[in-house]
Write a new protein. Structure first.
Length: 484
């Protein structure tokens, strides 16, 4: 029995969903074959032609939901496979089970539910009463309750990094690692508050692996030989501080690879930054989200001041660590004026790179309910489409302001890098050049990624390798065009 995971943008190398690695390790431990494939019809079709009983599993963030549904629909017309959708989107939007071609969805933690589902499918048994699974049988949908949260993450097998390194050995350079689960905060745009509500009464929500368990995984990664960088994907890596104090000296002695992590303003101190810098921390990503006090603390529930944000940014910069920030434009009750406040706050923080998105009010989040109740969501817009870096899904006062905010998102980080061009940016965003700015945005983001927010030695090597892959792909497409 094989479990096949189509993954969007697989060959970029950085897209390694940790959920897939966690579930795959359990499946392989029990003797099942688990592998990833580029989420492309031809690539998946070639895999399915091997005539092996297959579960087609999609780890589904909302931005890829429609892409995966479309792919699954095409595949189901040709192949007899069981299609299962898990991850954030089906967890908070379980109505996905009603879509044609979707046989089951997995809600919440997926390790043991998926193992049970695969085992039953292999044995030809019914899937109708598996906890965490909603299954469709004979046109009837069976909705099952959740099992308790996994309380001791150390008992899980180590994540399966080989599932990605075997699929993309020539381009993989960064390993994604999660050391714990859960976040103590309730930001309205994040799924955490909904996850807490979903699992209320089903065990401790915030859990972290012991340092030695994480180091065991990292030593496996290091022994692979080709990973050059570690990306810790925890919501707040520096919480609790005592864990970091134990982990960092061991990481420095045993691993020594440069790494990045996510932090929050009120969980950063000079001593902690010094410790992490010595261990190899190259970049910290801190959520600013918005420079406007009302939007930050009332609409997004961030509970932090502008002064605290600037102070924390200075601590990080003084510690010799690159500062990346997360920012959201096009917020409800906001305006182009408040979005320029966000840009100015990043300038004040001397941010090295600003990740900027237009608000996506995903199903299950508090801000989605706010936008829906207040009439901000345009009913004709599909929240499952991948337009996080193109257009806003919310209503604006007028088309002029909408265009300005969308254009500002594309020119945000360039202006941050060259603050004197701020007056020019205020003029440029008025022009109907969205496609031009989108092209500039994609090229600039690519440039900053390889030459600013990862160590230069790694950046140059990866950029050169990706460039060769790009030219090969372009040449292949040109030859195919001639053949046709």
């Amino acid at each position: 029995m094989r479990i096949l995971w189509p993954v969007y943008d697989l060959y970029k190398g950085e897209n390694q969903p940790c959920g897939i690695m966690a579930i795959s390790s359990i499946l392989k431990q029990k003797g099942y074959r688990s592998e990833v494939v580029q989420a492309d019809y031809k690539a998946v079709k070639n895999k399915l032609r091997e005539s092996m009983p297959t579960v087609l599993a999609f780890s589904t963030p909302s931005i890829f939901a429609q892409t995966y549904l479309n792919l699954n629909s095409l595949l189901k017309k040709k192949f007899d496979v069981l299609s299962v959708f898990g991850g954030a989107h089906p967890t908070y939007f379980p109505e996905l089970i009603k879509e044609e071609g979707v046989d089951a969805i997995c809600i919440g933690e997926g390790e043991y539910p998926m193992l049970e589902l695969v085992r039953r499918y292999e044995e030809g048994k019914s899937l109708h009463n598996i906890k965490n699974i909603w299954a469709k049988e004979n046109k009837q949908i069976h909705k099952n309750p959740l099992r308790p949260l996994i309380q001791d993450l150390n008992h899980l097998p180590l994540p399966d990094h080989e599932i990605f390194s075997n699929a993309i050995p020539k381009s993989i350079w960064m390993a994604a690692v999660i050391t714990g689960r859960g976040c103590p905060y309730n930001c309205t745009y994040c799924f955490n508050h909904a996850y807490k509500k979903l699992y209320k009464g089903k065990g401790k929500y915030i859990r972290r692996r012991i340092a030695d368990n994480v180091l065991e995984e990292l030593n496996q990664i290091k022994r692979a030989g080709f990973y050059k960088f570690i990306k810790f994907g925890d919501d707040i890596f520096t919480f609790p501080e005592s864990w970091v104090e134990e982990f960092c000296p061991k990481y420095k002695n045993q691993i020594g690879l440069p790494f990045s992590c996510f932090v929050r303003v009120n969980h950063v101190t000079p001593d902690l930054v010094k410790l992490m810098k010595e261990a190899g921390c190259y970049k910290m990503t801190m959520g600013i989200e918005t420079g406007n006090k009302q939007l930050r603390n009332k609409i997004l529930k961030r509970s932090m001041s502008k002064e605290d944000i600037i102070r924390t940014a200075q601590i990080i910069k003084d510690g010799g660590i690159k500062l990346s920030t997360g920012n959201i434009l096009a917020l409800p009750t906001g305006s182009i004026k408040t979005d320029f406040e966000t840009l100015q706050l990043n300038i004040d923080c001397k941010t090295d790179y600003a990740g900027v998105t237009l608000l996506q009010p995903y199903h299950g989040t508090e801000i989605h309910e706010f936008c829906k109740t207040k009439g901000y969501i345009q009913p004709e817009m599909n929240l499952q489409e991948r337009n996080v870096n193109r257009i806003s899904l919310l209503k604006f006062k007028n088309k002029k302001e909408k265009r300005q905010i969308e254009n500002l998102q594309k020119l945000f980080d360039i202006t941050l890098a060259y603050p004197p061009m701020l007056p020019l940016t205020k003029m440029l965003i008025r022009l109907p050049l969205g496609l031009v700015y989108s092209f500039i945005f994609s090229r600039w983001t690519n440039f900053k990624h390889y030459f600013s927010i990862i160590p230069p030695k790694i950046g140059w090597k990866v950029f050169w390798k990706r460039s060769k892959m790009f030219f090969k792909a372009t040449k292949f497409l040109q030859n195919r065009k001639k053949e046709l």
